[in-house]
Structure formats: structure tokens, C-alpha cells
Write a protein that binds this ligand. Structure first.
Ligand SMILES: Nc1ncnc2c1ncn2[C@@H]1O[C@H](COP(=O)(O)OP(=O)(O)OP(=O)(O)O)[C@@H](O)[C@H]1O
Ligand SMILES: [Mg+2]
Length: 429
């Protein structure tokens, strides 16, 4: 039997850590195994406890390995958190030959990447959004075209060095090599957006437990990224405080009876709620909506501000796609639709198959949930060998080699000259 290449994705989320293993054969992606473990070592998308994060990663990876019957050594890992910042940059180069070669494209992107980045931040992604050749804009792939001056607009994503380092450290301690760190909304977008949506203009909104990640696409390219430190866990804690019930019970009632719009709830409906004293009380269901609607409105307001900051640059959008576990909250899609004035749909992960693998049956049903968009997206990102990745492949290697050096140094493995930056990081550990 022919065997394809194996790819593993690791979504280190605030509520769950999910490992996925897939086989890529003839451009088809088959999920072989999946493992998920509760995550207790993250807050608002950032690692705050290395030991418990390593434990959860090991559990999730072991489950995925058992299901798939393969050993996972290297992974594509997702990153999010309020420390992530995205901005635009611009570069230009002269063309030496008669037509644009891949090296010219690389030089143009390199020149756009020469930006001031504070010592405590690191570049994670440099994504070309548009090329211009001799003043002609809107070019997606200039290779082979004739011209003398190539310009490029890029979207640069940076993260706090300490947060990136801690994530890498957790993976290394769990025995995993990190092939690439991918911004979570970019991964989720791979899994849920269609090419038409990206062309027409769309906001991908991944509402997870601790963060809401946004990626805005227009004309087929990524234009804006943002991570908001607000997610489904805030709804849960509001319910816990409002009804004076334990967090686990608040989480249960949120999923079963929660609604983002008070007016959508039957005013006469009641529900059973168990208090900390184990007493069961009957309370009106609309109480929950009354508690969480203001928080949902706060979230939609923050999303609206992000989208408007991009729309101000004349970037009209045709819709928004909600994904992530908290997008399942009843009525949240309608609230976002009303607040943003855009058509909204819930995005389920797509582009995967599991059917013909006997021991993987059932995974597909489990994975058909917006919670797994990032995990599936990491696999899709890993399987991509299109031109975009070729463009910035070398740059990534540079970044990751450096990051690995830092981590290696923290473990006392390497002795590289790491400039003043690393001394600060060593002191922090
Ligand atoms: N049916 C549901 N109704 C409402 N909320 C839900 C439902 N199912 C899951 N959630 C919420 O989704 C959130 C978890 O989503 P997800 O798994 O996408 O987050 P995560 O990836 O772990 O976190 P993050 O991306 O923020 O780091 C939790 O707050 C959970 O309560
Ligand atoms: Mg997530």
C-alpha cells in the first residue's frame, strides 16, 4: 500500500489542547488520529504554567498517536494571545533581469520585512498581500512578468518573545520538535473559509475559551489580524458570579441553556441549577441571557472596532464567519450579524476526510465542530506547498532556527551568541 506524508497539528488552546495527525496522499488529507486533553496551564491564550501545559500536550499527543498508530515527533503549533500584533509594511526592489524571478520576489519581501521590532517582540509571519510592478497594482504572483520595479505590501505578525518561547519550551519538554508556529486565526481561516469569501472580503472570528481571534481577508489575501483577550470563559465566569454557582455548573448551564439575546428566550422557560451547597433550584432560563448579553455585546463591540479600523482603509467586507467553541452559543451569530451589519455564518472545519481509515471512523463526527477549526487548519497549513510558503520559507527557517537556538540555550544545550536579548530572557526563566 502507498503511504503519504504524515503531518501533525497541535492546537494549544485555553480550554483544550488538541493534537491531530493526518496523512497527505495525492493532495488528499486523511485524518488518522485525534487526541484532546483539558488545558489548565493557559490564560487568555498564553502559557502561564509550563508543567500542566506539558502534561496536557503529552496526554493529547499520546491519544492521537494511539488512534493513528504513528509516532508524533514534530508538529505545527498554533499561537494566540493578546500579545499578538499585526501591521502592514511595504518594500520595493529593482528587477535586474528582463522578468521577475522568484529571487526578486524574495528580495522584495525581505526589504518589506526590514522594520523596527522592539527587542521583546519577534516576527512570526511575513505574508505578502499584494505586488505592484511598475505602478500596476493588484498583482498576486509577479513571477515571469516583465518590469523594472517590483513593490510589495506585506502583513507582518509579531508576538512577545517570552510567550513564543514558553510555548516552544512546552512543546520541547513534551518531546516535540516545532516545525512552524502559526497564528491561530490564520490556521482557522484555512479550515473554514472558502476562496470566494476571501476574494469578496470576509472577517474570520474564532471565539475560543480565552481569546477571540480575528483574521480579515480581501482580494484573496490576508489584510489584518488581531487577538482580543475575551472569549467563552468570560461568559462562564459571569454566569458563575451572577447565579452564585461553581464554574463547572456555570459551564454546563451556559452550553445547555445559554443564549446571547434575551429576547430570543421563552420568558416562561425554567431550568435546574445546582449550587455550591448541592441544592437544586429552579430559575427562569432568561436569567442566563440577561447575564451574558452585555458581555456578548462588549465582545461584538470590540470585534466591530477591529473591523472598522480596517474598513477605514476602504476595505469593504461582504460577511463574517464565526468559529471556535463559543460560536456555538445560541444567538451569538445573530447578535454579531445585527451589530456588524454583515451576513454571518458559523464555520465548521472542512477539507478533511477520515472515512476510508477503519480505526479512525467516528473522528469525522467529533471533528465536525467549530472547536477543531484551528487544529484542522494547522494540518492544512502544514500540507500547503503552494507558492506563498515558498516565498517566505527561508525567512521562516531563519526565525525558527533562532527561536530553537534560544530554547536550546535556555536548556543549556547550545552556546550561540544570542546578543543582549537572550541575557534578558535567561534572567526571566
Ligand atoms: N455548545 C456550546 N455553547 C456555548 N459555548 C460553548 C459550547 N461548546 C463549547 N463552548 C465554549 O467554547 C469555548 C472553548 O472553545 P475552543 O475549544 O474553541 O477554545 P480554545 O481553543 O480552548 O481556547 P482559545 O482559542 O481561546 O485559546 C469554551 O468557553 C466553551 O464553554
Ligand atoms: Mg482556540
Amino acid at each position: 500500500m502507498r503511504r503519504g506524508s504524515i503531518i501533525a497539528g497541535l492546537d494549544v488552546g485555553t480550554t483544550k489542547i488538541c493534537a491531530l495527525v493526518a496523512e497527505v496522499l495525492d493532495n488528499k488529507i486523511n485524518i488518522l488520529g485525534m487526541g484532546s486533553a483539558p488545558s489548565t496551564g493557559l490564560r487568555k491564550g498564553v502559557v502561564i504554567n509550563i508543567e500542566s501545559t506539558v502534561d496536557s500536550i503529552k496526554k493529547a499527543v499520546a491519544m492521537a498517536e494511539t488512534a493513528a498508530g504513528v509516532e508524533i515527533r514534530s508538529v505545527y503549533v498554533g499561537i494566540a494571545g493578546g500579545h499578538i500584533k499585526g501591521f502592514e509594511s511595504y518594500g520595493a526592489v529593482g528587477i535586474r533581469g528582463k522578468e521577475v524571478r522568484p529571487q526578486d520576489v524574495e528580495r522584495a519581501i525581505d526589504s518589506a520585512s526590514v522594520v523596527y521590532v522592539p527587542l521583546d517582540r519577534e516576527v512570526l509571519h511575513v505574508i505578502p498581500t499584494e505586488f505592484m510592478l511598475d505602478g500596476q497594482d493588484g498583482i498576486k504572483d509577479p513571477v515571469g512578468m516583465s518590469g523594472v520595479r517590483l513593490e510589495v505590501k506585506v502583513h507582518i505578525v509579531t508576538g512577545a518573545v517570552s510567550s513564543v518561547q514558553n510555548l516552544l519550551k512546552c512543546c520541547e519538554r513534551a518531546g516535540l520538535e516545532v516545525i512552524d508556529i502559526v497564528l491561530e486565526p490564520i490556521a482557522s481561516a484555512e479550515a473554514v473559509l472558502t476562496g470566494d469569501e476571501k476574494d469578496l472580503g470576509v472577517a474570520l472570528i474564532d471565539i475560543g475559551g480565552g481569546t477571540t481571534d480575528i483574521a480579515i481577508y480581501r482580494d484573496g489575501s490576508l489584510r489584518h489580524t488581531a487577538v482580543l483577550a475575551l472569549g467563552g470563559n468570560h461568559f462562564t465566569s459571569d454566569i458563575g458570579i451572577g447565579l452564585r454557582i461553581p464554574v463547572l455548573e456555570a459551564e454546563r448551564v451556559k452550553k445547555k441553556y445559554g443564549c446571547a439575546i434575551t429576547g430570543m428566550v421563552d420568558g416562561t422557560a425554567e431550568m435546574d441549577v445546582t449550587g455550591a451547597d448541592k441544592q437544586v433550584r429552579k430559575i427562569p432560563r432568561k436569567y442566563i441571557a440577561e447575564i451574558i448579553q452585555p458581555r456578548c455585546e462588549e465582545l461584538t463591540e470590540l470585534i466591530k472596532r477591529e473591523i472598522e479600523s480596517v474598513s477605514a482603509k476602504e476595505l469593504g467586507l461582504s460577511g463574517a464567519v464565526l468559529t471556535g467553541g463559543a460560536s456555538l452559543l445560541e444567538g451569538l451569530d445573530r447578535l454579531v450579524e445585527a451589530d456588524l451589519g454583515l451576513s454571518v455564518r458559523i464555520g465548521m472545519p472542512e477539507g478533511i476526510k477520515t472515512k476510508h481509515i477503519p480505526h479512525a471512523s467516528g473522528i469525522e463526527n467529533n471533528l465536525n465542530n467549530p472547536m477543531y477549526s484551528t487544529g484542522i487548519g494547522l494540518i492544512l497549513h502544514g500540507s500547503m506547498n503552494g507558492s506563498q510558503r515558498v516565498f517566505y520559507g527561508d525567512m521562516f527557517n531563519g526565525i525558527f532556527d533562532r527561536m530553537k537556538e534560544w530554547v536550546g540555550n535556555l536548556f543549556g544545550v547550545n552556546g550561540h551568541d544570542l546578543r543582549g536579548k537572550t541575557v534578558t530572557m535567561k534572567q526571566r526563566v
